[in-house]
Structures are given as C-alpha cells and as structure tokens.
Design a protein around this ligand. Structure first.
Ligand SMILES: C[S@@+](CC[C@H](N)C(=O)[O-])C[C@H]1O[C@@H](n2cnc3c(N)ncnc32)[C@H](O)[C@@H]1O
Length: 377
C-alpha cells in the first residue's frame, strides 16, 4: 500500500493517529464521510453518471412514484391525519421525494396535509435539494437529525441512508475479539491494526460465533438511529427503509469503497470515495421491535415495487411516451433484477417499521425475520 496523496482530510487523519493512536474503524468511516469541512458528503454531489454511484430514484421516476402511493396508503391507514410529517433521511438530490410528491397528487387530501422534512447533513446536497423543491407547493424544512423534526404523526422514508452510517468491525485473534482500527504504516499509508482483546465485544458476538477461528470478522452498527426512528413511528406513523443488505446475520465484513463507479481500497483515498457497508436487516428489525415498533418484512426490492404496481406504472408511462419505451423497460428491469444475488431487486431489501396499531403496511407482509447463521453475508 502506498501513502494516499496529501489532502486536508488525509493530513488531519494522519495527525490525529500520530497524536492519539490508531482510530477505531467506525470513527475513520464517520470522518471520511461526515467531516463537516473535508468529508466526502461535505465536498460533493456524488450521485449520477459523472459522480461515483447511481441510486434507484436516479434510475427512474417510477421508484419514487410508487413510494408516493405507499405513503398515501399508509396515511389512510393512520386515519388521514392533517398535518402529517413526510420525512426523508438522506434525500440526495431530492429526486425521490419530488417523485413521491407528484404521485401524491392522486390523493389531494394527502398532498394538502403534507409537511415535508428532509434530514440531511451535506450542505452541498441540501443546496441541491433547495433547487429541487423551489416552488414545490408544500412546506419543506431541513434538519440535521430526526430529533429536530417537530412531533406529530409521521411517515418516514429512507433509501440508501443506513448503508452510509459508520460500522464497527472486530476481529477474532488468539487473545479474543479485538476492535479493528486504522493506524499508520512506515511510509505514512493507512493500515488496518487491531486494538487489545475487548471483553465487551466478546459479549456482543452471537453465541455460536464465539468458537470462530482467528481472523473471523464481526461487523455491527450503533443501534441509536434505528431505535430513535422506531420510537418515533411507534408513537404514530410508519417508516420504509430500503437499502442493500442481508437478512441472515453472519460473520464477515462488508465495508466497501466506490469511486467513479468502481470499487477501490477503503483506506486509499480518505474523503474521496463513498464508504458503505451492508445493512444488517436482522439487527435493524430486532432493535426496532425492542424500541416498540411493529416490524413488517423485510422483502426484496423487486417484491415491494411489484406489489406497489410499478409494472402498471411502467405500462402507463410507455403508453404516454412511446419513444421512451426501451429506456423505461431497461430501468424497470434494473430495479427489479433478481437474476443474481447482486441484482438490485434481490440485493436491496425493504423493511417497514410502524405504530403497532396500524396493521400490515402495503407491500410488506408480516413474517419472521431470520437470525444469525454460520455463513458470511
Ligand atoms: C447514498 S446517498 C442516497 C441519496 C438518496 N436517498 C438516493 O437514494 O438517491 C446518502 C444520503 O444520505 C446523506 N447522509 C449521509 N449520512 C448522513 C447522516 N448521518 N445524516 C443525514 N444525512 C446523511 C447524504 O448526504 C446523502 O444525501
């Protein structure tokens, strides 16, 4: 590994490590993505062909439109409260919410009741969202955290948000479970190191992995953001979390870095690559239940979108825009792809969290969420 080129963030990380010792991987990820001045999201709009990655709402308007129908149906289940908060975590360019609001026109009472709240930490993307929602015709407010969203009935959506929250990693060594940290190599490059064996980590590792061989990695996220979301909707409302991840909880590491639509080394260019890790839907569901929410799903993205009528929406769009038929078909196929485990329709999952009084949520059958397995995700 060669030392990354100098950059304000790389220099800051190097100084921090030189002064205080290796940084826990979770702090490394938080700084690379979220440093208020030099972090990945503070310095760019990473979406789209010219950026680093493309998300489902950027593939097709149909994605946000069917989620708008989902939100309208949940609002009716809630007894049609007015006002109702429509909250989005990590809205990117605001594309999904704009498509949801257009679809919400089918139910005028819903659209009239909406107060939109966007939870966003990136100043660059918040500026982009302000452009998207200029003249939206509904009140829109920005926040850095869910806790700032005024109380009251709420419908919350999050696409590719939880995968960007920092993960912890621990590795089994001969001495026990040790936190993974980022240190400095002799040439100034960033290298993976292990902290001392930590009994608190050993406590959190599922029972039957305790006999795992040396080198086994266990990855997890702090439960706080999911618990806060679950507590909020349990008081009145529902949430839909869509992300890439796994339902079977297994050992293994999933941290990845993407730059210019290609995978890269997560330690090679701090603040210049998108860092994400699989969402552990079992952990998410367990945390949400413990916080008092009812849990619906998870189901694969293809299953959710089909039951919300995306194929009929594609047919209607094609009938109106026959010249765009091939593009619409290609986008639909990409969103619904289950031909491999990494196709979007299969890799991405949808999980509903809700006020237990609401009953099943649209497109999300109640069902068991699987638990720890012995295979890697
Ligand atoms: C991968 S992008 C997804 C954007 C959008 N949801 C989409 O599907 O196109 C992640 C989004 O979450 C935001 N974000 C990342 N970490 C955040 C945090 N801790 N709090 C609020 N927003 C965050 C980013 O700025 C960005 O808008």
């Amino acid at each position: 590994m060669t030392a990354p080129p100098p950059s304000p963030l790389a220099d800051l990380l190097r100084r921090t490590i030189a002064e205080a010792g290796p940084l826990p991987l979770t702090d490394w990820m938080a700084l690379c993505l979220g440093h208020p001045e030099h972090g990945y999201y503070a310095t760019r709009d990473p979406l789209g062909r010219a950026g680093d990655f493309v998300t489902a709402p950027e593939i097709s308007q149909m994605f946000g439109e069917v989620l708008g129908v989902w939100a309208a149906a949940v609002w009716q289940q809630m007894g049609a409260p007015s006002p109702v908060r429509l909250v989005e975590f990590g809205p990117g360019r605001g594309t999904m919410m704009a498509d949801m609001l257009r679809a919400a026109r089918v139910l005028p009472g819903f659209r009239d009741a909406l107060h939109v709240h966007l939870v966003e930490t990136s100043p660059v993307l918040a500026a982009r969202q302000r452009e998207t929602f200029a003249g939206a015709g509904v009140p829109v407010a920005w926040h850095r955290d869910l806790a700032e969203v005024p109380d009251g009935p709420a419908i919350v959506v999050a696409n590719e948000f939880f995968d960007a929250l920092p993960v912890h990693q621990a590795e089994k060594s001969r001495d026990g479970w040790c936190e993974r940290r980022i240190g400095l190599g002799p040439d100034g490059s960033f290298v993976l190191t292990l902290g001392p064996a930590d009994p608190d980590i050993a406590e959190r590792v599922p029972d039957f992995w305790r006999v795992a061989p040396s080198g086994t990695v266990f990855e997890w996220r702090d439960a706080g953001p999911v618990a806060a979301l679950a507590q909020r909707v349990a008081r009145g409302g529902g949430a839909l979390v869509i992300d890439y991840g796994h339902v079977d909880q297994g050992p293994g590491e999933t941290l990845q870095a993407v730059r210019g639509h290609a995978f890269t080394d997560p330690l090679a260019s701090p603040g210049e690559a998108d860092l994400t890790a699989h969402v552990d839907f079992f952990a998410l569901a367990t945390t949400a239940r413990a916080a008092g929410a009812a849990v619906h799903g998870p189901v694969g993205q293809a299953s959710l979108l089909k039951s919300l009528g995306i194929e009929a929406r594609a047919a209607a769009l094609k009938a109106k825009n026959p010249e765009r038929a091939a593009e619409i078909d290609a986008a639909l196929a990409r969103l619904l792809d289950t031909t491999t485990k990494t196709g979007m329709g299969a890799l991405f999952k949808a999980l509903g969290l809700a006020d237990p009084a609401l009953g099943p949520l649209p497109g999300l059958p109640a069902g068991p969420t699987t638990g720890p397995t012995e295979t890697a995700p």
